[in-house]
Design a protein around this ligand. Structure first.
Ligand code: ZN
Length: 464
């Protein structure tokens, strides 16, 4: 209980009563149309954008923000996180991440940093955030994943009946969607999808590829596929030679090659299924990039990681230690894997399969909030334009969540979750890191506040 009050205190010092905000001379990024509305005045009141004008707006008592030369975008979303600690909430907000989708309980003592705090805590935090007592992002969560891996933090299913029971249990717990994990038999998976649909819940997560094909998953209503796994990679390959080269260079077995070619042959059908069923992809590039970034001391020794809980830091150290003893052949394979993934993103993008930004933080060295900006850079690296990359963290998640009426753009009537940037992100995506201030639910978190939160986080161990 003591910890709870300290937590509240540590946040509440930054929460003032919500005042009207008047942003002058700001340039608005239109994330639907790749356009900029220059030199606008925006009035924010009662948590919403009330007016946008080319002229000045008269108000009493509004806090005035000079937006001259700056750019305003909708709040960012990280659509794949594992929240392990309350410090993450602050890290998201100071990075302009005003919304997250928590993908639930990774294994306790995960050896790669993918810890998750569990549903009960997330529910308490969400309530506190909604009531304005705590600063943090909007949250969607899955609670415990369903899988057939036998993990203690999952709900294990291996028959259609157990799948139905799992959906009922999760519904009772009050989750927003169901996170699917590995090794689920096909009949169980299909029963899960059917029961989830009947209960008004969607399914998302890994496709259990040993038992379920991508087409079966897409047709069953698997709304977002997380990570780029082998079958995805192979389905979007151009020709048989490319498949064979990938397996040869990666030193895979004959059975694997047969399996790979079978995936490849479904290529066109997978693309059609994804389009027909509106299946979204969350490639979690940051966590894949970590495999090669592990040789970059700037990444490994990032000062920012000190903010994370000790157990997450230790898990990352273990992960690094494991990677550092790889043979040169294994390293080459990691590099090839990463290069192929980027190629795949490019191809899926050419097919107009929609993406969302998700970072899998704090798995494998991802730092909540900061990793989202890396994800956007990696999307550009893989062939998206900066504008398209920006969409993956703004309007795309809001479309996915069916919330375009209230969020996702800078328009009159929308909830004021916004980020003001010093530079234009559609010229250079790295500008999303140049944060002047964040507005969450109409509440200003100014540059000064962000600085104070950072200072507070650096002494965080003392107050927790
Ligand atoms: Zn994950």
């Amino acid at each position: 209980m003591k910890g709870f009050f300290l937590l509240l205190f540590s946040f509440s010092v930054f929460i003032g009563h919500t005042q009207d905000l008047l942003i002058k001379h700001i340039n608005i990024i239109d994330v639907n149309n790749n356009e900029i509305q220059y030199g606008r005045t925006i009035l924010i009141s009662n948590g919403k954008i009330q007016k946008i004008s080319k002229r000045s707006i008269k108000t009493n008592n509004a806090v005035v923000i000079n937006g001259k030369g700056k750019f305003i975008i909708p709040g960012l979303w990280d659509m794949h996180v594992h929240t392990a600690d309350s410090s993450y909430l602050k890290l998201f907000i100071i990075n302009g991440v005003t919304g997250i989708r928590d993908m639930g309980g990774a294994a306790i003592n995960a050896n790669n940093g993918c810890e998750s705090i569990g549903l009960e805590k997330l529910m308490i935090w969400r309530k506190l955030i909604q009531s304005g007592l705590l600063i943090g992002p909007r949250m969607f969560f899955s609670g415990p994943p369903v899988s057939n891996t036998g993990w203690p933090t999952s709900i294990n299913i291996n028959t259609p009946e157990s799948a139905q029971n799992a959906v009922r249990k999760l519904k009772e717990l009050g989750v927003d969607f169901i996170k699917v994990y590995e090794d689920i038999p096909l009949d169980t998976y299909l029963a899960l999808a059917k029961e989830a649909k009947a209960s008004g819940l969607s399914i998302a997560g890994h496709v259990p590829v040993k038992t379920v094909s991508l087409i079966e998953a897409s047709n069953a209503g698997h709304r977002s596929i997380e990570h780029i796994r082998d079958p995805l990679l192979l389905c979007f390959t151009d020709n048989r030679e490319e498949v064979l080269r990938f397996f040869k260079e990666d030193d895979w077995s004959k059975t694997d090659i047969e399996w790979g070619l079978k995936q490849f042959e479904q290529n066109a059908d997978v693309i059609q299924a994804f389009k027909k069923n509106k299946t979204w992809l969350v490639p979690t590039l940051t966590v894949e990039w970590a495999k090669v970034a592990i040789r970059d001391s700037l990444f490994v020794n990032s000062e920012r990681r000190r903010i994370l809980p000790e157990s997450v830091r230790e898990a990352f150290d273990n992960y690094v230690a494991k990677k550092l003893i790889l043979t040169s052949k294994e390293r080459k394979s990691d590099s090839l894997w990463w290069a192929t993934q980027k190629l795949l993103v490019k191809k899926m993008h050419q097919e107009r399969i929609p993406f969302m930004a998700g970072t899998d933080c704090a798995c494998e060295g991802g730092i909540p909030g900061y990793s989202l900006h890396k994800e956007l850079e990696l999307f550009v690296d893989a062939g998206l334009t900066p504008f398209e990359a920006l969409q993956t963290a703004t309007i795309n998640p809001i479309k996915f969540l069916n919330m375009t009426d209230s969020l996702g753009t800078v328009e009159i009537g929308k909830i004021a979750d916004l980020v003001i940037l010093d530079r234009n992100p559609i010229e250079n995506i790295s500008a999303t890191q140049l944060i002047f201030s964040v507005i969450k639910n109409g509440q200003l978190i100014s540059k000064k506040h962000i600085k104070r939160i950072k200072e507070d986080l650096s002494t965080y161990e003392n107050i927790r």
